[in-house]
Design a protein. Structure first.
Length: 383
């Protein structure tokens, strides 16, 4: 993508419709000017109360993001977000790197017209957010809840003996894992243990899980939205083959990643391309406050919120999702969520999911599981 053509023609044309919303959001967030330096050609976006000003060259007092044309194209086309480029090491930021990441919803508002979040903008109606479903409840009721809240919990989808078999497979996969094998995340605990916390290619290693994801009970979960979702990946991305990740949540992690803070599964990019996928958590063991259950921000899938972190002005309710072995949690891939660290006991969970099948006109070939697993392996090296 030619940066001059984008900043002098394409973006100004889009800002006639999107600029006022994007500018207000940037000013409200207190963001400084952002200079995007594409192979030595800098352009600056300056927040104004009534829009975004585009200036050729850099600006003092702002932040500067240096990237090549391929990374620039990935950012504009929403293949990669500001966070995704940072994680992949494809951008060099002079100034506050956190501010660069925080610019992402502003860029998406300006380029895609996605309405930025404002307090009071999401109405959850009279939905009982604590409601839990049974597997044979009416799909229409589940769909209405998922559409409004962005998540749901279905109790007793699988039997305890089936979860015990998956647990045994996970134990074997964890014992076979090795640091830097490219298919696992590792952590160090307060007691000095160095142990794996996530197996990225667990579906390939678990015959028990392979049987379950082909079962009608599991496939019924993907049919809830009524949009033709197919079994894909724990982040709902366009995979060439389905995948699932097996997680164990140790107590007292002091180094490495086990429990992710507030984030959307499209935080690294791709919302415009593969959302809304469904992330499915299969409770291999139960989860509660002591073992670190999943928490979600109800309704956050319906707004252009920052895809990482939770600011104080977000007036949406935080809902904890305790589970028992065999329960299933489902959340939209763009629902803000976190896993709290366990306090007393560790737990096990499998994450897989459903993605929308590519449309006829899509130009994105499905990405191989191996390629995306390598990207996720790199995330696991961050602390």
């Amino acid at each position: 993508m030619d940066p001059r053509a984008f900043f002098t023609r394409e973006l100004p044309a889009r800002l006639t419709e999107t600029g006022s919303r994007a500018g207000r959001a940037a000013v409200r967030a207190g963001l400084p000017p952002l200079t995007i330096d594409v192979e030595g050609e800098p352009w600056t976006l300056v927040p104004e109360p009534d829009g975004l000003e585009i200036a050729e060259g850099g600006r003092a007092g702002g932040i500067r993001a240096r990237l090549d044309r391929t990374a620039f194209s990935s950012l504009v086309d929403d293949h990669k977000s500001t966070l995704g480029l940072s994680v992949a090491g494809r951008v060099e930021v002079a100034g506050d790197g956190g501010c660069f990441v925080s610019w992402d919803p502003i860029l998406r508002a300006a380029i895609d017209g996605r309405e930025p979040f404002e307090p009071g903008s999401i109405d959850l109606g009279d939905v009982d957010l604590a409601h839990r479903f049974a597997p044979d409840d009416a799909p229409a009721d589940m769909r209405a809840f998922l559409t409004t809240a962005g998540f749901l919990c279905v109790e007793s989808v699988f039997r305890r003996d089936e979860m015990a078999a998956v647990s045994n497979d996970l134990d074997r996969a964890l014992s076979d894992a090795a640091p830097d094998d490219g298919t696992s995340w590792w952590v160090r605990t307060n007691t000095g243990e160095h142990r794996p916390s996530r197996i990225l290619n667990f579906l390939r290693q678990s015959p028990s899980l392979q049987r379950l994801v082909g079962d009608a009970r599991f496939l019924r979960m993907g049919a809830i939205p009524g949009e033709g979702h197919v079994h894909s990946d724990s982040f709902g991305e366009h995979f060439a083959e389905p995948s699932a990740e097996g997680l164990i949540k140790p107590v007292g992690v002091r180094e490495g990643i086990s429990d992710l803070g507030w984030h959307k599964d499209c935080a690294r990019g791709g919302h415009s391309r593969f959302c809304c996928g469904l992330t499915v958590g299969i409770a291999v063991t139960g989860a509660d406050e002591e073992t670190g259950e999943l928490r979600v921000v109800a309704g956050s899938h319906r707004s252009n919120l920052p895809a990482a972190g939770l600011s104080d002005d977000v007036d949406l309710p935080v809902v904890a999702l305790p589970t028992r072995a065999g329960d299933v949690t489902i959340h939209c891939s763009c629902t803000l969520h976190e896993a709290r660290p366990p306090r007393l006991r560790e737990r096990k969970v499998v994450y897989t999911g459903f993605g929308l099948p590519p449309r006829f006109a899509d130009d994105d070939a499905p990405t191989s599981s191996d390629a995306l697993a390598r990207e996720r392996a790199d995330i696991g090296k961050m602390s």
